[in-house]
Design a protein around this ligand. Sequence first.
Ligand SMILES: [Zn+2]
Length: 286
Amino acid sequence: MDYAFDRTQHDRSAHLRKADAWRGPDVRVMVIGGEHVATDGGAGIRWIGIDEAPEGEWIFLGTKDDVRHAAVMVDRVPAELEPVSLRVLGPTIAADEASLGVHAVGIARWHQNHRFCASCGQPTDIAEAGHVRICPACGTHHFPRTDPAVIMLITDGDDRALLGRQPSWPEGRFSTLAGFVEPGESLDDAVRREVMEEVGIEVGEVTYAASQPWPFPSSLMLGFFGQAETSDITVDQDEIAEARWFTRDEVTEMTASSDLLLPPNVSISRWLLQTWHGGTIHGRWA
Ligand SMILES: [Zn+2]
């Protein structure tokens, strides 16, 4: 994979969600507690038979290679099932397994935090094989949330890249800028607003590049390239402590000497940087 969770590999088979139509003796089951999944020795997702599954609420994930896959949610995955956070496991396993894992964790995290009706406060019931919660008191249907965030590589007329350092990061650690989309805002306007707020640069043309689900707990990272129309940087000192323009040669040389540390390969941020750079970028964050 080019970065973690970059492809969906399973057929979600939504037509099987109603009335437990997905259930059957051959379903493969993942045990999940929050963002932790049962593993085989920490090396991959542990799949068990539906008859061996512990008590819990169910999510039908879909079909892969004609086999149905589901997840059962427990409060905490027992130690003997070798739980590992999908945040750690996901980038190391095959893309088709990661695809099922990221679907399950996104839904499981939502269930954890949405047990009660946001309209009337009553406990809600799980429905549609885990993809809806319904309030028995007022009838409201609640759907899993995805919170869109934009992440953008901004370049100037000399094709230099704009990177920033957050206040909590050590000297030399930089990344692309990013921020959450606000209600009533288009994605390209969110890119322009965040860049203006954080570093005072005006952005003109914005081009969508790729996306990365990041359900820890519920983000969808939407990656963009953007063209700067100004070049004088004014950092906000709140979200960004330092920002500057980097040429390709500076990125090559400074990552080789570890004077510049960029995000790891699992991130869409690194992928945006790599796509812009086109050559070899060296080190990364530990
Ligand atoms: Zn209600």
